[in-house]
Design a protein around this ligand. Structure first.
Ligand code: SF4
Length: 433
């Protein structure tokens, strides 16, 4: 019998990517043939995001495009947008199943045979609030780097953020279960694992914190790199920075969201630190971890952000040893405190401020990359376009080399020679210097 086919599309964060990889593994284990998104399929799962209004609009667009291209496919929409606004999805004719976050990973229990429905079925309940969890599958990744979900949910209630509404309170994955998946990912050939969650610094399972997770994963033979990536500034566990400074596997890279460099805006955002706290943290990490790459998020145009507040943010970002800034225009979200705030910032002002910060980010990134000209970085190569292989160093420098030899998933030393168009160009070395 010909197997049923399933395809997947993911919008949003790394955590969503990890969950799609888990879903894809559960479909494959059930006998589905996994096909590329866009190919003919029997089931199409769209894993959505609701973090901004433009993410929500993109979700609706993708759903409509899938329905046009594959009108016969059984269309499942899940994830944060399905949780936040099932009604909007229900109004799109042709959608079959809408599944909130609490039931996302048990999708296959919700239908036997993928048969088109007359009207969309909605399975959506309040997200889970607490309790350690396990995941039974080993995520399927076509990418070089694999994500590993270690945590979900958040109760920090930042005034702009819809995530606590869509994903519920904080909870952690059992340590033995995440080590089991990481071992299987390494056995499949993944050399780098990126830890993911909503607020991973709050990881706490059976007395283990995030540092214990790092230490347990580092013991896996064959795992060469472990990356923490995004972590809230108030949640770094004791000893993590010092561990990063000497570890051979934990990448010297952290993405620590600032959002605003103005104390009044931070207070109104309900963030849990001041600009001085953030600056002290970044300076401490930069002093402790050699060649560390520190990135951040900046939110532009939060209600009440006047010229002075923006100038404070810009000046702080300029002063700190940051390698890049992800700039997000504020987006009003339902179920958040900030949607009721007065003093909205006009869109043209938000655009102009965003442009200034993006230019600043490009300058800072180029300056960070230039520090490595003449030096050697070990690069995990990912993809090739027109003979140019690119990949990332442990400290998140994107490096490109021309090579006739296949380099995908190779971890090799590269001597950096120049920085061009956001890329460090270099030549491969035969061996580590
Ligand atoms: S820490 Fe704040 S911004 Fe981050 S997920 Fe929690 S509520 Fe949202």
């Amino acid at each position: 019998m010909t197997p049923l086919r399933a395809s997947f599309y993911t919008l949003g964060c790394r955590l969503n990517q990890a969950e799609t990889a888990t879903l894809s593994a559960t479909f494959a284990a059930r006998g589905y043939q996994i096909v590329d998104f866009g190919d003919d399929t029997d089931v199409c799962v769209i894993n959505t995001c609701a973090v901004t209004e433009s993410a929500a609009a993109q979700c609706r667009q993708v759903v409509r495009a899938v329905l046009r291209r594959s009108p016969q496919a059984y269309v499942v929409v899940t994830g944060c947008y399905a949780q936040a606004d099932a009604e909007a999805l229900r109004r799109i004719p042709g959608v079959d199943l809408i599944v909130g976050n609490a039931d996302k990973l048990r999708l296959l229990e919700l239908f036997d045979v993928p048969r088109k429905e007359e009207t969309p079925r909605v399975v959506r309940r309040k997200p889970v609030e607490r309790g350690d969890f396990t995941l039974d599958a080993v995520g399927r990744y076509s990418e070089t780097r694999a994500n590993l979900k270690i945590q979900d949910g958040c109760n920090f209630a930042c005034a702009f953020c819809i995530i606590p509404f869509t994903r519920g309170g904080p909870r952690s994955r059992r340590l033995d279960d995440l080590v089991r998946e990481a071992e299987a990912l390494v056995a499949r050939g993944h050399r780098e694992i990126v830890l993911t969650g909503v607020n991973i610094g709050t990881y706490c399972s059976d007395g283990h914190d995030l540092l214990a997770v790092v230490q347990a994963l580092e013991a896996i033979a064959g795992l060469e790199r472990l990356r923490i990536s995004s972590i809230e500034p108030t949640t770094l566990p004791e000893g993590l920075v010092e561990w990063m400074a000497t570890s051979r596997k934990l990448c010297p890279h952290l993405h620590i969201p600032l959002q605003s460099g103005d104390d009044e805006v931070l207070r109104r955002m309900r963030r849990r630190y001041t600009r001085a706290d953030f600056a002290a943290l970044v300076e401490r990490i930069a002093a402790c971890v050699p060649d560390v790459c520190l990135g951040t998020d900046a939110m532009v145009g939060f209600p009440g952000e006047d010229e002075r507040a923006f100038a404070n943010t810009r000046a702080l970002l300029a002063d700190l040893p940051l390698a890049y800034i992800h700039v997000f225009p504020y987006s009003e979200r339902p179920h958040t405190a900030a949607q009721h705030y007065p003093d909205k910032v006009p869109p043209p002002v938000v655009q102009a401020r965003s442009r200034l910060l993006r230019e600043l980010s490009a300058r800072k990134k180029a300056a960070f990359y230039r520090r490595f000209v003449g030096r050697t970085l070990r690069v995990l190569f990912e993809r090739c376009e027109d003979g140019l292989y690119t990949g990332f160093s442990d400290n998140y420098v994107k490096v490109g080399v021309e090579s006739a030899q296949a380099l995908a998933n190779a971890l090799l030393p590269v001597r950096v020679e120049a920085v061009e168009h956001g890329l460090a160009r270099g030549t491969l070395l035969d061996h580590d210097p």
